[in-house]
Design a protein around this ligand. Structure first.
Ligand code: SF4
Length: 293
């Protein structure tokens, strides 16, 4: 009950506060999403801070290598129920957002402190969210987002859950930061090959027609990604376009939040001009591109 009451009194949420603890909860948190332009309810299935990537820009403190822990679905359901109740109040949304422009509920997002699809309860969590949205008449109207690094896209049960999410007005944001094996290893801390990763993207797009590529571009020791990396990235997307993979578009951004990885002091945002020029090349493929610095 204390947490439920605290939810209504949270205020001044910022883009930096992706934190369940601020709300006194285990799995669910509200956050102002500058990309989406309002309040997003985040679902964190990884309170253990474990991910199978180690992106150098990752903002998770105490990030460890691993998969999701067992999720207590009864707690997740209770917290989501509370959060959706709280978010239905305009007064509460205004207190959270701090201004009217952002005091609207944009979506519910599976994101958090690890890769959502490695959670043993990912499919159950998707189904549970669908039930809670249906109870409020929000199923099909409130957007549901899966923010994923795509590494589990070859697992049938994950693809089935993505199909269910898609039917619940869901969209997928699939991480593709670089398109050479070397650069992907350097940026994402993985030995997954680009070819395997792109195959996963094709599978996900086939199950969810609202699949976005999400790409983080940043400077390393003051230098933006090199021409060869940009060329490889554009060529990878060109291959998907040529094969008519149904992508909704590309979300391009730079360092939205402080990295909490050892490389943090070496990283900085690319300039708006660099990002715009990069976006223009991707748009040249006929893809929609949304840019956020
Ligand atoms: S995939 Fe996401 S949670 Fe995992 S290391 Fe990268 S940024 Fe962090």
């Amino acid at each position: 009950l204390e947490s439920r009451t605290r939810l209504k009194t949270l205020s001044g949420l910022s883009i930096a506060d992706h934190d369940c603890h601020a709300a006194g909860l285990t799995y669910v948190y509200p956050v102002i999403s500058r990309r989406a332009g309002g309040i997003s309810i985040g679902i964190n299935l990884h309170p253990n801070n474990a991910c199978n990537f180690r992106c150098v820009y990752c903002q998770v403190e105490g990030l460890v290598l691993g998969a999701g822990p067992e999720v207590d679905l009864s707690i997740l359901e209770r917290e989501l129920d509370w959060m959706l109740d709280a978010a239905s109040s305009e007064e509460t949304r205004l207190a959270w957002a701090g201004d009217r422009a952002h005091a609207r509920l944009i979506d519910v997002a599976f994101s958090g402190n690890g890769e959502p699809t490695t959670s043993p309860q990912f499919a159950e969590a998707v189904a549970l969210l669908g039930r809670l949205l249906a109870k409020r008449g929000l199923l099909g109207t409130l957007r549901v987002v899966l923010i994923t690094n795509g590494t589990m896209a070859h697992k049938p049960h994950v693809l089935d859950a993505i199909g269910a999410l898609s039917e619940a007005n869901g969209e997928v944001w699939f991480k593709l930061d670089r398109a050479t094996d070397g650069a992907m290893h350097q940026v994402n801390g993985t030995h997954v090959s680009v070819a395997h990763h792109l195959e996963g993207l094709r599978r996900v797009a086939a199950r969810c027609p609202r699949t976005w590529v999400q790409t983080c571009m940043f400077q390393w020791d003051g230098a933006p990604p090199g021409e060869a990396d940009v060329d490889a990235y554009v060529a990878a997307l060109a291959g998907l376009v040529a094969d008519r993979v149904p992508l909704a578009g590309v979300h391009v951004y730079s360092l939205a939040r402080q990295s909490h990885q050892p490389e943090a002091p070496r990283l900085s945002s690319v300039s708006a001009e660099w990002l715009d020029a990069f976006a223009a090349r991707v748009r040249g493929l006929g893809l929609r591109v949304d840019v956020a610095l």
